[in-house]
Design a protein around this ligand. Structure first.
Ligand SMILES: [Zn+2]
Length: 261
């Protein structure tokens, strides 16, 4: 086999799908920020030494062999296991949600190194502070920013005038803030509170989700979520499926912590 067919890559396992008897189709975000799908033949067999290293949300070092369609993973070595699953359901649900969004926005053969460091920062933030409800919205805005889908937060998307405090609305279709004077036809427009606008601008200025150190109330969280989920859905043109799982875990948590009697 020619040496040029072999290569090594670092990445985080985003998802894996069982194929055939004991094989695995693995999707990773690689260190250069591009998406890679590769086959791990026999990885699901109990005797496979690759199995433990290819778990979801593990940062791995891989040796691969180029194939005509898909490359083949010949060796896998775990570099960092994000212990989100051991930290409980809430962090697991959040981490799956992050991974699904990255899978949606990352492209094969499209290098984007900031995307990789953003994803690692967010996984570490979820692992270290699973209850911090600023992490996911902060990550969503940063994800839109590094992939080129950043919403406009400073000037009206219609008339380009600077947005004044207490004179702002938001349109997902038009990609950002609108002044109250502009009434574009056919666009969906939602109210946007000053507090939510300030938090979005704060997220925009600090890319890393772990540097937010913001207290986000439940109502503000709902508002940010409606805007950012809407933008994510608009650009991906589909629902992020693990959102439902994250919501279910959130509901169970608030039911179990509600005062009884
Ligand atoms: Zn305007």
């Amino acid at each position: 086999m020619a040496a040029s067919r072999l290569y090594r890559v670092e990445g985080v396992v985003l998802k894996s799908a069982p194929l055939g008897e004991g094989d695995l189709l693995v999707t990773l975000l690689t260190r250069d920020g591009s998406k890679l799908r590769a086959m791990a033949w026999g990885a699901r067999k109990l005797t496979s030494r690759k199995m433990g290293h290819l778990e979801l949300l593990t940062r791995v070092d891989l040796a691969l062999s180029k194939g005509r369609n898909l490359d083949t993973i010949t060796q896998a070595h775990s570099l960092e296991a994000f212990n989100v699953m051991k930290s409980g359901l809430e962090s697991t649900a959040k981490a799956f949600y992050l991974a699904e969004m990255v899978d949606g926005f990352a492209i094969e053969d499209g290098a984007n190194p900031p995307l990789y460091s953003l994803f690692l920062d967010a996984l570490r933030a979820v692992q270290d502070s699973p209850e911090d409800n600023a992490t996911v919205p902060h990550f969503q805005l940063s994800l839109l920013q590094v992939t080129g889908f950043m919403p406009e937060l400073y000037r009206c998307v219609e008339c380009r005038q600077q947005i004044l405090p207490s004179d702002h609305r938001f349109s997902i279709d038009l990609g950002g803030v609108l002044c109250s004077g502009c009434v574009p036809t056919g666009a969906r427009i939602a109210p946007l509170s000053l507090q939510a606008l300030k938090v979005l601008r704060h997220f925009h200025r600090s890319l890393e989700p772990n540097s937010s150190s913001l207290q986000v109330s439940d109502s503000l969280h709902q508002e940010l979520r409606s805007i950012l989920d809407g933008a994510t859905r608009y650009w991906l043109d589909r629902e992020v499926r693990s959102r439902a799982f994250m919501d279910q875990v959130g509901r169970q948590k608030s039911e179990s912590s509600a005062p009884r009697g």
